[in-house]
Design a protein around this ligand. Structure first.
Ligand code: KIV
Length: 281
């Protein structure tokens, strides 16, 4: 049985404790297992998988089936962290009814404990209905990547008085609707700090400064798996692209010069026979 030490209520009450919440993305079993063995609080099966794993220019072509598939894979590797599944583009915008149905699929078929939706006021009816169905919701405001075309690119949001007022209002509306935590993405640190102080639910920032109640990053960015992607808000804690490429170069060299496979990686009849004799004794 899976023991889920991190629960939705435990994330919400963490705000009072002052201990920062940590969250990362996960898309597959092996990464999920490795991350879960740390003390990471939340694993988000983000629609960022459209860019990170599928190589698309944005997240818009990710489907509900994609998220269900990846959430299932992640869930198999997780014993402790809270698994949150992203609701992809067009899985909640069309109607309240389809939003609840699709959120239910992510819980029932994917095995997520909660779902995340992008947007504020304009999706409040969907958020209300999903929560009413007993499904915990994480909010997401600011630079919401599913609105990339509306923003005209991945641009920092909340820079003008009116825009920041709207984001603050969206945050309050989402809290009122009952979201258990709120992702603040790509906004000035001053605005993120103000929202964090104003809200009773925790804020989790990405490109939103240090004053949020927690931080989330795309795991592949943190580990330096894509040498071509280094935005300002990402800190690379490792350069795994170098590690991977150097390891593969070593493999190629060793195959070419016939030092791999060595005897320790090879089965031969004499050893097999000897093992059989020993096993029979
Ligand atoms: O899709 C995603 O990975 C996200 C986070 C980066 C917040 O939404």
């Amino acid at each position: 049985m899976k023991t889920q030490a991190v629960t939705v209520p435990s994330i919400t009450t963490r705000k009072k404790s002052g201990k920062k919440i940590t969250a990362l993305t996960a898309y597959d079993y092996n990464f999920a297992k490795l991350l879960d063995r740390t003390s990471i609080d939340i694993l988000l099966v983000g629609d960022s998988l459209g860019m990170v794993s599928q190589g698309n220019a944005n997240t818009l072509s990710v489907t509900l089936e994609d998220i269900v598939y990846h959430t299932r894979c992640v869930n198999k590797g997780v014993q402790r962290a809270l698994v949150v599944a992203d609701m992809p583009f067009m899985s909640y915008q069309v109607s309240v009814e389809s939003a609840v149905t699709n959120a239910g699929i992510l819980i029932q078929q994917g095995g997520a404990a909660a779902v995340k939706l992008e947007g504020g006021g304009r999706i409040i009816s969907q958020v209300n209905a999903i929560i009413k169905a007993g499904i915990p919701v994480m909010g997401h405001v600011g630079l919401t990547p599913q609105s990339v075309h509306q923003f005209g690119g991945y641009k920092i949001q909340g820079k003008t008085f009116l825009d920041s007022k709207q984001i603050k209002q969206d945050a309050k509306d989402l809290q009122k609707a009952g979201v258990f935590a709120l992702v603040l993405e790509g906004i000035p640190e001053e605005l993120a700090a103000e929202i964090t102080i104003d809200l009773e639910i925790p804020t989790i920032g990405i490109g939103a400064g240090s004053k949020c109640d927690g931080q989330i990053l795309v795991t592949h960015d943190l580990l330096g798996l894509n040498p071509d992607f280094a935005p300002k808000f990402v800190k690379r804690y490792a350069y795994l692209s170098d590690v991977i490429q150097n390891s593969v170069k070593d493999f190629i060299n060793e195959v070419q010069n016939e030092t791999f496979p060595g005897s320790e990686h090879t089965y031969n009849l004499k050893q097999i026979a000897l093992k059989q004799v020993n096993d029979d004794r």
